[in-house]
Design a protein around this ligand. Sequence first.
Ligand code: NDP
Length: 239
Amino acid sequence: MRTVLITGGTSGIGAVTARAFKDAGYNVVVNNVFDDEPTAKFKEETGIPAYIWDVTDFDGCAKGVAQVIEEHGAIDILVNNAGIIRDAMLHKMDPDKWNSVINVNLNSAYNMCHAVINHMRERKYGRIVSIGSVNGLAGQMGQTNYSATKAGIIGFTKALARETSRKGITVNVVAPGYVNTAMMQDIPEDILAGIVDSVPVGRLAEPEEIAHAVLFLADENSGFITGETLSINGGLYMQ
Ligand code: NDP
């Protein structure tokens, strides 16, 4: 049975993806930064173990990955899902907003992949899927930090895909458009209506549709797909 580790996997897209992997028969493990009430609720509801570390912490990622491998025997699939937004126009963006988003969304991919890559190379098997965003492809006002990280993930993915392609490891990005998560439910109704109107498919994505793409790329039969960015955006941005 393949083991999958999902960062930031106790809420939103990560939690739905964790449940989808479990339903598909994988051994699923998630990470989260806080051992808080939502994390406890997730563990109780799903029976999926949650390991607590901060993905911005290089040593914490190394320790966390080592513990998961020790307790589960392997990590076959890594999903870099943890992400945050700290929006502001550039002229109002302080270094904290810039650096926190770079750390959580981009440096985390380095920390996590560095922690797991030798294990995957030795086993000559691995699937790495990182969650990007349409805003890393198209850019978005108020999101120079976020857009930079999500575009950065694409370059990182292509480079790592080249490094690992002869080792049975694929590295890909799933780039969602606007997804029906708690984050979107906070947006005022008129602004949300405008967003939905701009999507050719005419609705938000359901998190299950993002999970579906992650499972596709994580599948053993997807070994010839690497360095790719798979957009799940309802036609909002066509490359
Ligand atoms: P959520 O906020 O629901 O989930 C993000 C998860 O990451 C949370 O569990 C959060 O923990 C965790 N996390 C945050 N910081 C850290 C950290 N330092 N270490 C470990 N875990 C951390 O967001 P979504 O489900 O909406 O987003 C998931 C991914 O999808 C992100 O990468 C996001 O950028 C991307 N995305 C989302 C879209 C959307 O419309 N929702 C659209 C496009 C991309 P906690 O809750 O405790 O803070």
